[in-house]
Design a protein around this ligand. Structure first.
Ligand SMILES: Cc1cc2nc3c(=O)[nH]c(=O)nc-3n(C[C@H](O)[C@H](O)[C@H](O)COP(=O)(O)OP(=O)(O)OC[C@H]3O[C@@H](n4cnc5c(N)ncnc54)[C@H](O)[C@@H]3O)c2cc1C
Length: 309
């Protein structure tokens, strides 16, 4: 119930204006977000500690083509910065892009605009020696997002995509996506879907995650297992061994600021670990999704507010 309310709040303009205007929110934001322009310095630190990064320029639901193009420009600038800092080569720092941030939700030509913008970002990434992963948003965006990835993979086969185990369709998507060279991030999903489209219970979502993970690990692609769930991380290790996978043939992915000790533990054990690192000023939707995932985060947020009164 709390999760549903918070996810509804993540789309509310009034709540957004109120929370973003509260200076005390900054303390909580800093736990999950790199800062407005600190992506390269934080990446440097994470990479020095043996982790990889995927950087997300925060923003979503762009309604203006000029803004969508500006987001793509920012990504190209970021990739140049990463290349100059020596972080892009070998994909140590890559980028994650939300389709609606680059135009997918525009009233006219949304899909075409998003595809052109992702193509521009991916071309810059390829020139710098790194990759792009296209994030997945709510269930209404799955079909156009997968279509966009399929089309761009003709030119950029290493373009990554994301599937979400809370959707009933996802195991079939995994079967289709588990092909040689295919970079696929598997996550539980941070959105809600109607009955019949998504799974209602957490146990079903977890079971679906385990099923999808097996399909991806047994296939010839490159699975990117995005979860903080200790049980699923343990199952991933066992399934990867059973599938005869080398440690560098798949990776674990975790969010910046969440379970950092586990990130270190996995990296020290020889696994490839990538940290999803958001930066920028448009952090509202991202923050509220993180609060919805864990009531303790909400308590932390409220404590930070109340302790300053
Ligand atoms: C690298 C990465 C990329 C992602 N990309 C996408 C995407 O493109 N589309 C999408 O819909 N979703 C994405 N997500 C979010 C994902 O779908 C989940 O909402 C999120 O990861 C929480 O699910 P979980 O697998 O960690 O399991 P949960 O069952 O939610 O959590 C398991 C345990 O992890 C810890 N934990 C989880 N979340 C938090 C938190 N917010 N704060 C503190 N501790 C926490 C807790 O210990 C919790 O008990 C991504 C997640 C990661 C890690």
């Amino acid at each position: 119930m709390l999760r549903e309310t918070l996810l509804a709040l993540s789309a509310s303009k009034q709540a957004r204006d109120l929370i973003m205007a509260t200076p005390l929110t900054r303390e909580v934001v800093a736990r999950f977000v790199a800062g407005e322009s600190a992506a390269d310095t934080v990446s440097q630190r994470l990479i020095a500690s043996g982790r990889l990064v995927s950087i997300d320029f925060l923003g979503e639901d762009t309604t203006d083509p000029g803004q969508a193009a500006a987001v793509a420009d920012e990504y190209v600038r970021l990739i140049d910065q990463l290349a100059v800092a020596g972080l892009a080569a070998g994909g140590r720092a890559e980028v994650s892009v939300k389709p609606t941030a680059v135009g997918l939700g525009l009233a006219e030509h949304g899909e075409k605009t998003a595809q052109e913008n992702v193509a521009r970002i991916t071309a810059a990434a390829a020139a710098a020696g790194t990759t792009v992963t296209v994030d997945m948003e709510d269930h209404t965006r799955v079909e156009p997002t997968l279509r966009l990835v399929r089309e761009l993979r003709a030119d950029y086969p290493d373009l990554g995509c994301v599937v979400q185990s809370y959707l009933q369709r996802t195991v079939a998507d995994c079967q289709e996506l588990a092909v040689a060279g295919s970079r696929v991030r598997l996550c539980k999903g941070a959105y809600q879907a109607p009955d019949g489209v998504g799974f209602a219970g957490r146990a079903d979502v977890d079971r679906s995650y385990a099923r999808c993970m097996r399909v991806l690990l047994d296939g010839p692609g490159y699975p990117m297992l995005a979860t903080h769930d200790p049980r699923l991380i343990a199952i991933a290790g066992v399934k990867a061994d059973l599938a005869g996978r080398d440690p560098d043939s798949f990776e674990y992915q975790l969010l910046y600021g969440i379970r950092p000790n586990e990130q270190d533990r996995l990296a020290a054990a020889g696994a490839r670990v990538r940290v999803y690192l958001p930066y920028g000023s448009d952090w509202y939707g991202y923050l509220v999704r993180r609060l919805a995932e864990r009531p303790a985060n909400l308590a932390f947020f409220l404590r930070a507010l109340l302790s300053r009164r």
